[in-house]
Design a protein around this ligand. Structure first.
Ligand SMILES: N[C@@H]1[C@@H](O)[C@H](O)[C@@H](COP(=O)(O)O)O[C@@H]1O
Ligand SMILES: [Mg+2]
Length: 478
């Protein structure tokens, strides 16, 4: 009898297990991927996505600090995001238009920070980037959680009595400015051209350079979301005019340097006294050397696309850690290794002694500090760094094709280059006299190729082979 009851119970349990197992199978939802290398970034970003992100964030936290850059769609996206946050009962602290590093810094007083920006992308893009209290951008795992909440529609709406409210906070810029100034030691007066790309850095960058005693000429330093002065990516093509201005000023031997930002001010590009845009890898090397010499720190963080000259320049005593491309990975590695400096050859620099958010404004000021420390012109410091030939190319590739293109690149790349690639990010083939990295951009519809060779012929040949390989992979897709 007892045996009979037992076996019946067992059968019922089996049926319940079967039903619930099938239910989980049928209710399993595909997780919609929204986040890339640097948060969410899309052309004509749909405000409904912003609403859902706000709603998802509000399920976990009570107060959220929100800021935006100068883009024309900034108010639209902010309103939608705010509606989502309030719906879930979160309090929104609105600090207005400020650069990403200011938002990252302000997050220390709240639970989460949200920056509405598409950084260096053209004006038709916008995006959303989330920050933790310690100033680090959200990790891929934290981003997955938000994507999961959205995909599963796991929202709980607050009722009228607990719905959130918006508070405006006016002191964010002042607090950020004071914090930055506390961490600088600049006593010399420098001549600086500051180009803000009509982006968010306009509200603070030229002022901080004046604060440290520089003579400042500001360019594109009024907010305009159409980026009327120049496009927001601080690259050679977009900085032609700025370089010309620096060169023109220095015809009278006034030793101007240039500092240029992207749309949200988390990047910095330097222009030396000869009007040349500083090579990112060289700037990375001198920043690293400066931090190592000044603080005794023995570890520097960079990304897989950084030059081999860095290791050579720093010598054996310094450990160079290479992460995936993107400030998220660099910032996390900084925390993990307790490092004081990390940078990427895209002009993104993080100074861990001040805060863990990439900061183009602080980095520009640190260029001056470094020049004073080494008592040398920027052009001379840059020329001291060994250099190899670096070439870059980007090939258009739709989002949905990226993963199969990369699969092809890895498989056929192994045959072509006779090497197993490193796959920290995309595929990097390390060869005798150089290397080639092929990876999908996490912010734009491109496959990026970067090569470095001991000489021009090697680099050009590698690049050509890389381009051919990606084109073949794309054709294979058709
Ligand atoms: N803040 C990030 C950078 O950290 C990153 O290097 C860059 C390029 O990323 P990707 O090459 O994936 O487009 O995007 C953003 O600007
Ligand atoms: Mg940026």
């Amino acid at each position: 009898m007892i045996y009979e009851i037992k076996s019946r119970l067992l059968n019922i349990a089996k049926v319940i297990f079967f039903l619930s197992y099938n239910k989980t199978l049928t209710t399993q939802v595909d997780i919609m991927r929204l986040f890339g290398t640097s948060g969410i970034r899309m052309k004509n970003l749909d405000p409904q996505i912003a609403y859902k992100v706000g709603f998802a964030v509000s399920q976990k936290v009570e107060d959220v600090v929100v800021a935006r850059d100068s883009r024309t769609t900034g108010d639209l996206i902010k309103s939608a995001l705010t509606a989502g946050l309030l719906s879930g009962g979160a309090t929104v602290i609105d600090i207005g238009i400020v650069p990403t590093p200011t938002l990252g810094f302000s997050t220390r007083n709240f639970e989460v920070g949200v920056m509405i920006t598409a950084s260096h992308n053209p004006p038709e893009y916008n995006g959303i980037k989330l920050f933790n209290r310690d100033g680090t951008p959200y990790s891929p795992e934290e981003e997955r959680e938000i994507e999961e909440t959205i995909s599963k529609n796991n929202f709980k709406r607050a009722d009228w009595s607990s719905v959130g409210e918006v508070l405006r906070y006016e002191n964010a810029l002042r607090e950020y400015r004071e914090h930055i100034l506390k961490h600088l030691s600049i006593s010399r007066s420098f001549n600086v051209v500051v180009d803000c790309a009509n982006g968010a850095s306009s509200v603070i960058s030229p002022h901080l350079f004046t604060d440290v005693g520089s003579h400042v000429i500001s360019l594109n330093a009024h907010l305009d979301g159409r980026f009327v002065g120049r496009m927001p990516e601080p690259n050679k093509e977009n900085l032609q005019e700025t370089m010309k201005v620096v060169r023109g000023l220095n015809e009278r031997e006034s030793n101007y340097i240039g500092i240029a930002h992207d749309g949200d001010g988390d990047r910095m590009v330097a222009i030396d006294e000869r009007g040349r845009m500083a090579d990112f890898d060289k700037l990375l090397a001198i920043f690293s050397k400066y931090i190592v010499e000044k603080t005794g720190s023995k570890v520097v963080i960079t990304t897989v696309d950084a030059s081999m000259s860095l290791d050579e320049y720093l010598g054996d005593k310094v450990k160079v850690v290479r992460t995936k491309v993107g400030d998220v990975a660099v910032s996390q590695a900084l925390s993990k290794y307790n490092a004081l400096f990390g940078g990427e050859p895209s002009g993104t620099w993080i100074h861990g002694d001040v805060h863990l958010t990439p900061d183009g404004i602080l980095s520009g000021l640190r260029v001056l500090e470094m020049m004073e420390y080494f008592d040398e012109k920027l052009c001379i410091l840059l020329d001291e760094v060994p250099s190899y030939v670096n070439l870059r190319e980007k090939i258009p590739c739709e989002e949905c094709k990226k993963s199969s293109v990369m699969k092809y690149v890895i498989e056929y790349g192994e045959r072509i280059f006779q090497r197993t690639p490193e796959t920290v990010d995309g595929a990097r083939f390390n060869l005798e006299n150089g290397w080639i990295l092929i990876r999908p951009s996490g912010t734009e519809p491109y496959i990026r190729i970067r090569v470095e060779g001991k000489d021009n012929t090697i680099a050009k040949d590698l690049l050509e082979r890389g381009i051919k390989l990606v084109r073949k992979a794309l054709k294979n897709e058709l």
